[in-house]
Design a protein around this ligand. Structure first.
Ligand code: TMP
Ligand code: ASP
Length: 236
């Protein structure tokens, strides 16, 4: 299928129509932002890493029973996906304390939890993605009770599958953000991306950060970290 008109341009991706209204093409950019778009930059090659890694992981998840939007990788930057209506919730799972969790609760990074945590934020940059619970999400009619239950179930499945997978590559899956979408028949599927932009990856031996925190926190070696994650997944 071919790219038709641009439907939407986000901070890291563009979405194009195709000749079939049930499918869109996602095109990954090298643009990087943080802090609700306040910090801007470019991470050379990021679009390729994120597209390829996300596609690989979506296929791994499909094999393990998690429905996703993935259809077909067109090239290193572009992917055909099922068109969904995005549920405006960012679903965050954490296995180890880091980032806003460490900040909010006044704890150091690196505490390994006995059980993973889940939290939601309202996907709305103008409001700075405020944290909310399932009752708030229901009150705001962001999703139904059944959808929220399904999203929680799928998010924990994704964690079980990916945690084990990344450990086999010598990487700790610290935390990550997922987005879900509705197909035209209402089925909930995993959408958006799973990449160093949306996950925290720490080297299992050294705890070196191999993700977008290198950009957010000006740690240097940003491109190298993305390249290293591509290398771990594809061996190139
Ligand atoms: P946090 O600790 O800043 O709340 O981030 C938790 C996880 O969510 C982390 O893996 C990075 C990811 N994330 C996004 O994908 N998009 C965002 O806008 C933010 C703030 C975090
Ligand atoms: N991409 C997000 C933004 O610019 C933030 C982040 O990933 O830290 O809002």
């Amino acid at each position: 299928m071919e790219k038709k008109e641009l439907l939407y341009e986000g901070k890291a991706k563009k979405v194009f129509a195709t000749e079939d209204e049930n499918y869109v093409i996602v095109s990954y950019k090298d643009d990087a932002t943080a802090f609700d778009g306040l910090k801007k930059g470019t991470i050379l090659g990021k679009g390729v890493v994120n597209n390829r890694m996300s596609n690989y992981l979506m296929q791994l998840l499909e094999k393990n029973g998690v429905p996703t939007h993935f259809v077909e990788e067109i090239d290193y930057r572009d992917t055909l996906v099922k068109k969904v209506e995005i549920v405006p919730l960012e679903v965050i799972i954490r296995n180890i304390s880091a980032g806003s969790f460490a900040k909010h609760y006044g704890v150091e990074e690196g505490i390994v939890f006995d059980e993973p945590t889940i939290e939601f934020s309202y996907k709305n940059d103008d409001l700075h993605d405020p944290l909310l619970n399932s009752y708030h999400a229901l009150a705001l009619k962001l999703a139904t009770k059944e959808e929220i239950a399904r999203i929680k179930e799928l998010a924990f499945s994704v964690n079980r599958i990916l945690k084990e997978y990344f450990l086999s590559l010598g990487v700790k899956l610290v935390d990550f953000k997922l987005e879900f979408g509705r197909l035209s028949d209402g089925t909930i599927v995993l959408a958006d991306e799973i990449s160093p932009d949306t996950c925290r990856f720490w080297d299992a031996k050294t705890n070196e950060k191999l993700d977008k925190d290198r950009f957010r926190r000006d740690l240097g070696g940003v491109e190298d970290a993305y390249r290293e994650m591509l290398h771990r997944v594809f061996g190139e």
